[in-house]
Design a protein around this ligand. Sequence first.
Ligand code: NAP
Length: 287
Amino acid sequence: MNQITGKTRICGIIGDPVEHSMSPVMHNAAFEALGLDYVYLPFRVRGEELKGAINGIRALNIVGLNVTIPHKMAVMPFLDKLDPLAERMGVVNTIASENGELTGYNTDAPGFLQALRAQGIEPDGKSIVMIGAGGAAKGISFILAGAGASLVILNRTLSRAEELASQIAQYYHRKIAAMTLNEANLKRAFEEADVLVNTTSVGMVPDVDRTPVPGKLLNSHLAVSDIVYNPLETRLLREAKAAGARTIDGLDMLVWQGALAFEKWTGQKAPFEIMKQAALKALRNEK
Ligand code: NAP
């Protein structure tokens, strides 16, 4: 790592917990590669300390922070400005400070879109089946609808899928359907689908033998994206590959959200491959 001096600029991540975050290794590798005098630190912040932590950005002249669970929504009232996309989604994962004025952004959802486009998948005019209706699903569904896709949202708890569908419909005039996650509904949804996105935690360590979609329903016409990145190849992606489908793993979304935050803080193009290699190394070390 670069030597820390009196001029070193500080970025970091707030969350609770933050111990497993891969953002410090990704960002510090990027700063080092570009010879930038910046450092990225993890800060465990409890809910009751959130307001103080945000005021601390101004007090300590911190350049920017990532925000992770459980603060992505709670942080919003403490900021000076919200980027229109973050405001619409109601989720902030990146804060940038300009002379103490704090702006909240969402780079998770644009990171997901960037990961899709990097694989040559353009959502405009596509029919996308999204599994899940939790925090990550919200940003992803908004960005996909905004990019011109129609959506079928399947969730274990139907009411959450319905609520998300109606939130999207307030902003985007697209075909949006909500269904309970089960085999019959998946089969129906796949009749017209171009892309399948899993936004649930099903298949994540330690439950690596689970999948949100029975493998027999997958086919070679689908592109299949799983935002779970641990393991890198989930059972869903393994079975999608076996069915001849194109696959996109969750690591690219993670690295792209970091790259977009990096660019806001430094004004420089992020070294995506270096950040990805650092994240991969950290993932392997976790095992
Ligand atoms: P969340 O808000 O807690 O939502 C969890 C979702 O998973 C809900 O839709 C929930 O359904 C569903 N779910 C959980 N257990 C299930 C089960 N056994 N069967 C069926 N559905 C189940 O979580 P989140 O923040 O959205 O995160 C979801 C996953 O995305 C996590 O694995 C996280 O690591 C990953 N993620 C990855 C990235 C990335 O950069 N790659 C970014 C963000 C999140 P109900 O509504 O019925 O409970």
